[in-house]
Design a protein around this ligand. Structure first.
Ligand SMILES: Nc1ncnc2c1ncn2[C@@H]1O[C@H](COP(=O)(O)OP(=O)(O)O)[C@@H](O)[C@H]1O
Ligand SMILES: [Mg+2]
Length: 412
């Protein structure tokens, strides 16, 4: 820490941390400081803190303000989120692909980046757990529309996103932030003429409200809001100092002034939503009959309408339980949503480990029974050696189930 720097704290689990953090920076700048030493306190943290903080830091860096960070030793997660130095999506596209999109802040600046990022998130969600009908398409809609809005309307050039998967509560949560003009400024010269920052947010949530009919159609935020209603999720939007919040019971709460903004012309926009993926979502009902196509899934279909999973391409290796668990979630999600027959094609797979076979296939057979397995799955192009590995691991899993049941019965 040099003696010219101003010490400020980032207390991640405090209320209104984002605004408090910004207020500390502003106060420092007003006193003539341009170097800040940020003490990051430990605590639980979420996307709706990391994404906006990342955006605020970059906003000030553009004005030649510098930041250094000091972390509490026991706070590895917040450091891992890279809020102080977000990952640039465009760099990852050049490197090949985005592999672990969750729990980190991404900065995006192009429609290509949005496309790749959405693809990576949705693949991750398909693999994260077995989710209810409609959840995947809903998440795709919500993330896509909100990211697109940053590029279309914020005038900021780039935005920030972080997403988390909370397995114990079965929630996906996503926060998208930009330090741009804000919704009020975007709409103020349109035919809709919002009266206030809050009025602008509630207008933007309505169907067919867009700043310019030549540019948009006004379906994005309307659809997001309807999907969140249908999903019994939570939606929080903050822009130009106002806040709109809809909780898990669809109860609305609004605050007209006093929240984050970076000045009159930099109202900023934060969109944060969460949904519980154990609730089915009727997306056609939410979007008045419109049902998005799942092109990813359609591309996997063969001419007989079966879904073909090429293990060599779709799986992150064939050795670990983790890779197998992700693929098992992916296929069970397809089965649950589509009720199509699934072909597990092992073409080009040299070796599967016994734990991989158990985690992918053994556990499905034990959970659903052999008849359901045969009716819903086909195993193709499996080498003799891998067949041996699979047979042995399934036998072992079935035997274990048999003895588990038997012991329970014997004890009763
Ligand atoms: N990140 C943002 N920054 C500024 N304005 C925004 C942002 N997101 C949405 N808006 C405003 O809300 C309006 C409605 O957005 P949306 O429902 O997605 O419709 P569309 O994008 O088709 O205009 C936009 O036209 C714009 O004026
Ligand atoms: Mg839009």
């Amino acid at each position: 820490m040099n003696s010219y720097s101003r010490v400020i704290t980032l207390d991640v689990d405090k209320n209104a941390v984002v605004k408090t953090f910004n207020d500390q920076i502003l106060a420092g700048i007003n006193k003539g400081f341009s170097d800040f030493w940020v003490k990051v306190k430990s605590g639980r943290t979420y996307s709706n803190i990391c994404a906006p903080i990342a955006g605020i830091l970059d906003y000030y860096r553009d004005k030649d303000i510098r930041f250094e960070f000091e972390y509490d030793n026991n706070n590895k997660y917040i450091e891992h989120t890279k809020f102080s130095d977000p990952l640039i999506v465009e760099d990852y596209i050049d490197k090949g692909s985005i592999n672990n999109p969750l729990d980190v802040v991404w900065k995006f600046s192009s429609s290509e980046a949005v496309h790749e990022l959405v693809k990576a998130y949705i693949l991750e969600l398909r693999q994260a757990d077995v989710v209810e009908n409609g959840v995947i398409s809903s998440m795709e809609w919500c993330i896509n529309e909100t990211l697109d809005n940053v590029l279309q309307h914020s005038n900021a050039g780039s935005g920030y996103i972080m997403a988390q998967h909370h397995k114990t509560t079965k929630q996906f949560s996503v926060c998208i932030f930009d330090s741009g003009i804000g919704i009020y400024n975007s709409l103020k010269n349109s035919i809709h003429r919002p009266q206030s920052a809050l009025d602008a947010i509630t207008l933007a949530l309505q169907e067919r409200v867009t700043r310019d009919i030549e540019v948009g159609q006004g379906n994005g935020l309307w659809g997001l809001s309807k999907i969140i209603d249908e999903a019994k999720g939570r939606l929080y939007i903050s822009s130009c100092g106002a806040v709109y919040n809809k909780d898990f019971h669809n109860k609305e709460k609004m605050i007209s002034w006093g929240y984050l903004n970076l000045g009159k012309n930099r109202g900023t926009t934060l969109v944060d939503f969460q949904l519980n993926y154990s609730n089915p979502i009727d997306i056609a009902k939410a979007l008045n009959g419109y049902e998005p196509l799942d092109l990813w899934l359609e591309n996997l279909e063969d001419t007989n309408g079966n879904v073909v999973i090429e293990i060599a391409n779709q799986s992150g290796g064939t050795g670990t339980r983790k890779a197998a668990e992700k693929l098992r979630n992916l296929v069970l999600n397809i089965l649950k949503n589509e009720r199509k027959r699934i072909v597990l094609d092992f073409n080009g797979v040299n070796l599967i480990s016994s734990s991989y076979a158990d985690e992918l296939i053994g556990k499905i057979i034990v959970q659903y029974g052999i008849v359901a397995f045969i009716n819903n799955f086909e195993i193709k192009n499996m080498s003799e050696f891998n067949s041996g590995v699979l047979n042995r691991s399934v036998q072992q899993r079935m035997a274990q189930k048999y003895y588990d049941n038997k012991i329970v019965m014997d004890e009763e």
